[in-house]
Design a protein around this ligand. Sequence first.
Ligand SMILES: Nc1nc2c(ncn2[C@@H]2O[C@H](COP(=O)(O)OP(=O)(O)O)[C@@H](O)[C@H]2O)c(=O)[nH]1
Ligand SMILES: [Mg+2]
Length: 398
Amino acid sequence: MTDAKKSSPGLFGRMFGRGAPKPEPTDAPSSDSSLEPVDGDPIPSPDAVPAEAEFAALDHATVQQSVDSDTVAEVDDQVSVAHAGAEVLAAPEQPKGWFARLKSGLAKTSSKLGEGITGLFTKRKLDVETLDDLEDLLIQSDLGVETATRITSALSKGRFLKGISAEDVRGVLAEEVQRVLEPVARPLVIDPSRKPHVLLMVGVNGTGKTTTIGKLASQFRSEGKSVMMAAGDTFRAAAVAQLKVWGERTGTPVVTGEVGTESSGLAFDAMKAAQAARSDVLLIDTAGRLQNKQALMDELEKLIRVVRKLDPTAPHDVLLVLDATTGQNALQQVDVFRERAGVTGLVMTKLDGTARGGILVAISAKYGLPVHAIGIGEGVADLQPFDAHEFARAIAAG
Ligand SMILES: Nc1nc2c(ncn2[C@@H]2O[C@H](COP(=O)(O)OP(=O)(O)O)[C@@H](O)[C@H]2O)c(=O)[nH]1
Ligand SMILES: [Mg+2]
């Protein structure tokens, strides 16, 4: 059980609850290799605009809720799930069936581990060779060397001298995974004194930033919060349209600019609008891909600087959205974004449909960054607060 679940009544109590301290970032080497190269979009460099023109784009920004009907139709299914999910999420306990859905979402990861373990611990005794093979299996399942070693050394400590079953091994796996994840499973803390509390979403292209913003907006709205969204991925019209759909369906104003507008200017405008409206939450979307990593990081740094002109304490959370299917690449993404964008917490998406869910354990062991929520599907109810015990049970379920 997380503290949040014990102490608070609703989604915001769990996902956005009280008293989650942020850890000191640890030092780790950074790497360039995780960020994808540009896909050919013509993108103006942030540095091409002189400082005095920094806010020039503001004139073009608009607060908008209208969307074209085709785009709405495309996400109608998703949105109907959103409404159902919003009600469930407001309930005092974890939504019914969440664990079952988590377990089935993580099935590829858990069956890879479970089948491997069964294969190793059927008709074999617990010797050095078997433990080596287990360690290989755990590393191949993206859990990380550190956690793999902890599991094998826990097994070799004599507790299982009389023989060991696959079930025993899965039990130790669950224990050790939970031990790694417990300190990082933290609810997001929305500070009600901030008007707005600013959440900046960062991450490489396609990880699920915009979808996660939509899911969060829907959940915040269901809790009665006023929300504003900023379509900060200003380089792709589709990204803006995607966010506008979520805005329309969740009754959330979306601040948009013309394609090619500087995202920092757009964020400044959104910040002003959210302050004027005394919104509880401002969710800022960003691009995941510019012409290169340097340009992307420059743009993010500039966005943060600009937002701070209006509130020196903002952004209050910088959430790095990671796609579990990318496996080990996710580690490098943490390196890069943590260093330059000041990441304060993680959201991991697409844990459904991948055998690489173990990567969340490796990332947690290495960085200790708070994991606020996980995504196991495209519907709004498929984003939930992260619970170490449930995740460990699901991953070791076999
Ligand atoms: N299966 C699955 N798909 C997801 C999840 N989160 C997002 N997606 C999908 O991933 C794709 C990219 O998401 P998007 O929000 O556009 O990514 P962005 O480029 O980071 O903004 C979309 O098709 C989403 O529906 C998840 O938890 N599970
Ligand atoms: Mg996006």
